[in-house]
Design a protein around this ligand. Structure first.
Ligand code: 5AD
Ligand code: SF4
Length: 501
């Protein structure tokens, strides 16, 4: 048995979406409470954890490669514990042990609260441990849903995107079953968290200094919590969260086009704390492809939704996801995605090459018949169209002043260092544009007016407004000077998200 008083060391790697980032944050918080300290190399760690993603094959293969690189370390130090957590653990289950027999721990996203206990068991000599949820077909909906437990214990500030921002889960799972997508299998049935828990968690985060909360759900705008006669929708939740003093900004991702109802768009328009930014993946511009994807809407529906956003919030920025090279996608069908990007002028699009996922309807029904080089070419072509739009639209922001929530040192300042308390800082506007500027570190965590003087494809560059009677600031109280052309425009910028759903 280990000496409990000795600090233990934890290395964790996270891939995938914000939901995974949050899950890792929670696992780390729990392990810290039990005396673990984070280290930045597997060789220095007693426990090496991978929080994994299954959305594309590539993400899974990268984890197996990383595990492969640990084989010798584990041979030399069998006492080190290697764990695979999250979506790939749920997806592959015992297969993980078969491909990497030196892995000690496999834990699905619905069992993450058990990680500390399972590590203790392994230390005590109990051998390999696996905890996963029920398969979606293994029982009734209730039983399956119960086996995917929402994991939202008390939080610690250390692992957040920045101390001033936090992810808050409002929903787990997904019931949409798009034919290409593994998420409903590995994250289980859609379940809404009670609004009072969400509000309590947000209050706690604000009491710790958090100013921006990003609500998470696979289809976050499908959120509905029913208690007796009372139904709470996302728009109601946003109104409740807006009441919290000290909470300045609210965002939510990811939206499902069909559930983008008027009450939600109105809430975003009318609640001054809501960011004017909506991520609503279209996935394809072709009705036939959307049908094969079983997305549940037509491009006509998507256009209508997009027009409603534009009409109600002319300055909103909208971002999308696209899959290129989905089964049977013809050149004409692909061109319809290009047309949609041109028409909607998304602020940004995340573009993915289709990756067949065993266990999905897509894999069962349709051959993955678009050659890899065609997928790559379509990916590049769509990206080029989107990037040109990003660049054009960022130029429209030059000379304007925006309120920016300062998140910390810019990537360049982190890499090359900064001298003294001043250096290059980064933050975001209410339209989710990244802004980089020179400033003092005491601005970190503040909302600061910044005047934009330059733009690259995805970043705005600005200077802090220092004079008291400065230019008009585009905070939400100021009206946005839209020309018809500008009203149609979105601007580029990469939202806080890595690869994944
Ligand atoms: N192949 C490629 N991309 C996928 N996505 C989901 N499943 C797949 C898949 N099998 C994309 C979708 C989703 C984003 C997070 O990942 O565009 O919105
Ligand atoms: Fe659910 Fe989104 Fe996957 Fe569709 S793409 S099944 S909505 S997680």
């Amino acid at each position: 048995m280990r000496n409990q008083a000795m600090p233990k060391h934890l290395y964790i790697e996270t891939v995938g979406c914000q939901m995974n980032m949050l899950d890792s944050e929670l696992v780390v918080a729990e392990l810290r409470r039990r005396g673990y300290e984070l280290v930045d190399r597997p060789a220095a760690a007693d426990a090496i954890l991978f929080n994994t993603c299954s959305v594309r094959e590539h993400a899974e293969e990268k984890i197996y490669s990383a595990l492969g690189r640990l084989k010798h370390l584990k041979r030399r130090h069998p006492e080190k514990i290697i764990g695979v957590l999250g979506c790939m653990a749920q997806n592959h289950q015992r297969q993980v042990f078969e491909r990497a027999p030196y892995v000690d721990l496999v834990v699905g996203p619905g069992q993450l609260h058990q990680v500390p206990e399972l590590i203790e068991r392994i230390h005590a000599g109990a051998g390999q441990q696996m905890e996963v949820s029920l398969d979606r077909k293994a029982g009734g909906r209730e039983a399956v849903a119960e086996s995917f437990e929402s994991y939202d214990p008390l939080r610690t500030p250390e692992m957040r995107p920045s101390p001033y921002q936090a992810y808050v889960r409002i929903q787990i799972g997904c019931d949409k079953f798009c034919t290409y997508c593994i998420v409903p299998k590995v994250r289980g049935p859609e379940q809404a968290r009670p609004p009072q828990h969400i509000v309590a968690e947000a209050r706690q985060l604000v009491s710790e200094g958090c100013r921006e909360v990003i609500l998470l759900g696979q289809t976050v705008n499908s959120y509905r919590f029913v208690a007796g006669e009372r139904t709470t929708r996302l728009s109601d939740l946003l109104a409740q969260l807006s009441e919290i003093d000290g909470l300045d900004r609210l965002k939510f991702v990811t939206n499902y086009p069909r559930d983008m109802t008027d009450d939600l768009i109105q809430a975003v328009r009318d609640l001054p704390k809501c960011a004017r930014y909506l991520h609503v993946p279209a996935q394809s511009g072709s009705d036939d492809v959307l049908k094969r994807m079983k997305r549940g809407y037509t491009i006509g529906d998507y256009r209508e939704m997009h027009a409603r956003i534009r009409q109600m919030i002319p300055d909103a920025t909208v971002t999308s996801d696209f899959i290129v090279g989905f089964c049977g996608e013809t050149e004409e069908e692909f061109q319809l995605s290009v047309d949609l990007v041109r028409e909607c002028r998304f602020k940004n699009s995340f573009i993915f090459k289709y990756s067949e996922r065993p266990g999905t309807k897509g894999a069962e029904l349709y051959p993955d018949d678009v050659p890899e080089d065609v997928k790559r070419r379509r990916n590049n072509e769509l990206l080029a169209v989107q990037n040109a739009i990003c660049e054009e639209d960022l130029q429209l922001r030059l000379g304007r002043t925006f309120d920016v929530l300062v998140e910390g040192w810019s990537k360049s300042a982190q890499k090359h260092g900064h001298h003294g308390p001043s250096g290059q800082l980064t933050g975001r506007t209410m339209w989710d544009h990244i802004v980089v500027f020179e400033g003092n570190e005491r601005l970190i965590g503040q909302i600061v007016p910044i005047t934009i003087y330059d733009a690259s494809a995805h970043t705005l560059f600005g200077t802090v407004v220092t004079n008291e009677v400065g230019p008009e600031v585009y905070s939400l109280s100021a009206s946005w000077p839209t020309t018809p052309q500008q009203a149609d425009c979105n601007v580029a910028g990469i939202p806080a998200r890595s690869t994944g759903v």
